[in-house]
Design a protein around this ligand. Structure first.
Ligand SMILES: Cc1ncc(COP(=O)(O)O)c(C=O)c1O
Length: 376
């Protein structure tokens, strides 16, 4: 039996009839850009994140860019970002003309901490983007305290953390602004690209709304008070997201169960699960283990039909666009990049599938070593 890395079809089959009704309702109104479906989703997502405002946008990368632009961050500013993240966190900084400065991560959680951020502060630092990677919230108390002492802005990249909490408060609502991606494979995924910004700051929300809609303001479609772009959320995506949002808490709970089963099934094996910090409730977007023989383990799992991923094999500061920046090495991130492996994780994963993955890992560990070159 194969175990896919992710089974999106199972989620959509469960909701097929509700999704059909939602699509048809949008077609019936034929309001495809903006309109009531987008407004209602924005209100529901703001409520879910415990914030006053939500602006739906076209994807998670644009959400980050719009927040930075809306805060006036650009040329001459440094923005601290984790080296261990998807490249969009850093490319959004570069897109507004600012400079990403990469911070190392904690060896247990693989997230930035107030200490790894403090080590990268410069006189040009204007903001910190914290990424709740794999679905596990970073220590926002310590990071917000550091930022308050230094007068810096904190932004959350919560693209992997829909429904995660830090001391009971939802990810995305723990800083000046939270950015979400609704890429199809996320815990809350659209039928294409989509994203959102959540914030308590009414002025920032309005600036983002204006910038994402050709600089239009005052409800006048022919007046452009700013240079903006077309970065809006489509009504069809909003309709899909509204249906799936109703299931998000149950699906996150199912992921938690899968994570618990992995912890049980992998206990005693020489692979380490990435830890979740005390006070954090993860959304378990990804189930990440570490193995010094990652590449041969991945190949062995592929051979028996088990899908895996690597998030991420090349740290951001070593990617081509940023390599020339000549920063000191970031040893924790660099070692992790050679060892991390994301196991299958999705709400509809069965107990038998988890044990199948664990048994395959146990079999690999017990087998005599093959002469395969490992990365790193
Ligand atoms: C941590 C992180 N940040 C940003 C993004 C960018 O989101 P999008 O693909 O919607 O632009 C992603 C999505 O993959 C992500 O995982």
């Amino acid at each position: 039996m194969k175990v896919p890395f992710l089974d999106l079809l199972a989620m959509h089959t469960e909701l097929a009839s509700e999704l059909d009704v939602a699509w048809r309702a949008v077609v019936q109104t034929s309001r495809f850009v903006g309109g009531p479906e987008v407004d209602t989703f924005e209100a529901e997502w703001a409520a879910f994140c415990g914030t006053r405002h939500c602006v739906g946008v076209s994807n998670g990368t644009v959400a980050l860019e719009l927040v930075l632009a809306g805060l006036g961050i650009g040329r001459g500013d440094d923005v601290i970002v984790p080296a261990n993240t998807f490249i969009a966190t850093a490319s959004a900084v570069a897109a507004v003309g600012a400079t990403p400065v990469f911070a190392d991560v904690d060896p247990a959680t693989l997230l930035v901490t107030s200490e790894t951020i403090a080590a990268q502060l410069t006189e040009r630092t204007a903001a910190i983007i914290v990424v709740h990677l794999y679905g596990q919230p970073a220590d926002m108390d310590a990071i917000n305290a550091l930022a308050a002492r230094r007068g810096l802005c904190v932004i959350e990249d919560a693209a992997q953390a829909h429904g995660a909490t830090w001391h009971g408060r939802p990810a995305g609502g723990l800083s000046r602004a939270g950015c979400f991606s609704f890429y199809p494979g996320k815990n809350l995924g659209a039928f294409g690209d989509a994203g959102a910004v959540v914030t308590d700051d009414a002025g920032l929300a309005e600036r983002i709304r204006v910038l994402s809609n050709h600089g239009r303001s005052h409800g006048d479609p022919y007046r452009h008070d700013a240079l903006g772009g077309n970065e809006r959320l489509d009504a069809l995506q909003a309709a899909v997201l509204r249906v799936k949002l109703r299931n998000l808490p149950a699906w996150n709970e199912a992921r938690r169960r899968v994570a618990g089963l992995y912890a049980e099934a992998l206990a005693g094996l020489p692979v380490r699960l990435v830890s979740v910090a005390p006070g954090a409730v993860s959304s378990h977007h990804l189930a990440v283990i570490r193995s010094p023989r990652r590449d041969s383990l991945r190949a062995a799992l592929a051979e028996v039909g088990i899908g895996t991923g690597i998030h991420y094999p090349i740290p951001c500061h070593l990617q081509a666009p940023f390599r020339a920046m000549r920063r000191p090495p970031l040893p924790v991130t660099e070692q992790a990049a050679a060892e991390i492996l994301s196991l299958p994780m999705f709400p509809h994963m069965t107990e038998a599938q988890v044990w199948q993955v664990a048994d395959a890992i146990a079999g690999f560990v017990a087998a005599p070593r093959q002469p395969v070159m490992e990365a790193g």
